[in-house]
Design a protein around this ligand. Structure first.
Ligand code: MRU
Length: 339
């Protein structure tokens, strides 16, 4: 089984190398930088995106912020943490990774080579996520009762994580085990992570797929074309309420109405210890031009108002199961307390 010949991020020769996802799938262009401010911009612009990958990039950016530093290490470190923290509000992996880097800094701030210590921590965060993705894929096999047609939303693959993905890893592992017939990929307006990125990854892995507009889901489900819906998450609250790309809640409601299982796949680093329920999740609102334009092409009058939530929250009771690296959890989700 081919795994594709691309990567989302690599750390090489003291630089972060990342695939600029805003250009995919038509142009595969890698960017190299050792500047944390450039990485912050890349996160804001969605050149790198997806909850676990944002956390990984944040960790590398923070390590790089002290690379050439000898004098104001602590204040430069804090400035970098603040900058990275301001990039995107919803994916909790970002805040988790910043906390990990802060703890590492506090314990080791007098060490001879703090850059190397922080870099080692960032590499561990990256490698840990790769392992989590593999386990999520393995645990996800249990949700397939028959060879299935799967509908997914947004992008949850290698482009969104440090490994093979979350929901995507479940789909890929199941496909490799003969359990996936066809994948229906929601295009995922406004930024088209489905038609640009998930399609790119499914194609690279040789998994049969088609792309549909987000508004096609109800009809596909009604016609019995979909056996399972699986998405990722950007933040899972302790009661299981889960924030994910705008449109996910709509899918969960539809799946419930049609009696089709709706699963979330996410690593434990996406479970927010400080977030008791979905009510406390901050939803990112993005620039309205992301709705008024498609790929820089203006599609309506620029002075029209637009609604721009980037995420929504699916209530826990609509989620059949949450697949993590530890196994598949089911409602009620109050035991989802992880270290
Ligand atoms: O705005 P994005 O592209 O960062 O949103 C990404 C998603 O909503 C993914 O579904 C989520 O991060 C899970 S990825 C493993």
């Amino acid at each position: 089984m081919t795994n594709g010949d691309y990567f989302s991020v690599k750390f090489k020769d003291d630089k972060l190398v990342y695939l600029d996802q805003t250009k995919l799938p038509l142009v595969e262009e890698y960017v190299e930088t050792d500047d944390y401010e450039r990485i912050a911009l890349a996160i804001e612009r969605l050149e790198v995106r997806g909850a676990p990958l944002i956390g990984i990039c944040a960790a590398y950016a923070i390590a790089l912020s002290v690379k050439n530093d000898s004098q104001n290490i602590e204040s430069d470190f804090n400035k970098a943490c603040e900058r990275i923290q301001s990039t995107r509000p919803t994916a909790v992996n970002l805040f988790w990774a910043i906390e990990e880097m802060k703890n590492t800094f506090q314990v080791n701030k007098n060490s001879e080579n703090i850059y190397k210590t922080l870099l080692d921590r960032a590499i561990k965060i990256h490698n840990q996520d790769e392992g989590y993705c593999r386990k999520i894929g393995y645990h996800g096999l249990s949700i397939f009762k028959i060879k299935s047609n799967v509908l997914t939303h947004c992008n949850t693959g290698k482009l969104a994580t440090g490994g093979d993905g979350t929901a995507f890893s479940v789909i890929k592992t199941a496909f490799e085990n003969g359990l996936v017939n066809h994948v229906y990929a929601d295009e995922t307006r406004p930024l088209l992570q489905g038609s640009r990125l998930t399609a790119f990854e499914l194609d690279k892995c040789g998994i049969p797929f088609s792309i549909q507009t987000d508004s096609s889901a109800a009809e596909l489900l009604k016609q019995g074309k979909v056996d399972l819906v699986i998405t990722g998450a950007d933040r899972v609250a302790l009661n299981g309420d889960s924030a994910n790309k705008i449109g996910t809640y709509m899918l969960a409601v539809l799946a419930n109405y049609h009696n089709i299982p709706f699963y979330i796949a996410a690593p434990s680093t996406t479970v927010a210890k400080q977030t008791p329920s979905g009510k406390e999740i901050e939803i990112e609102y993005r620039n309205k031009n992301e709705v008024l334009f498609i790929n820089q092409n203006q599609i309506t009058h620029q002075n029209y108002d637009a609604s721009t939530p980037a995420f929504d929250v699916t209530p826990a009771h609509l989620i059949t199961g949450i697949i993590t690296e530890e196994g598949v959890y089911t409602f009620p989700y109050n035991f989802l307390v992880v270290d």
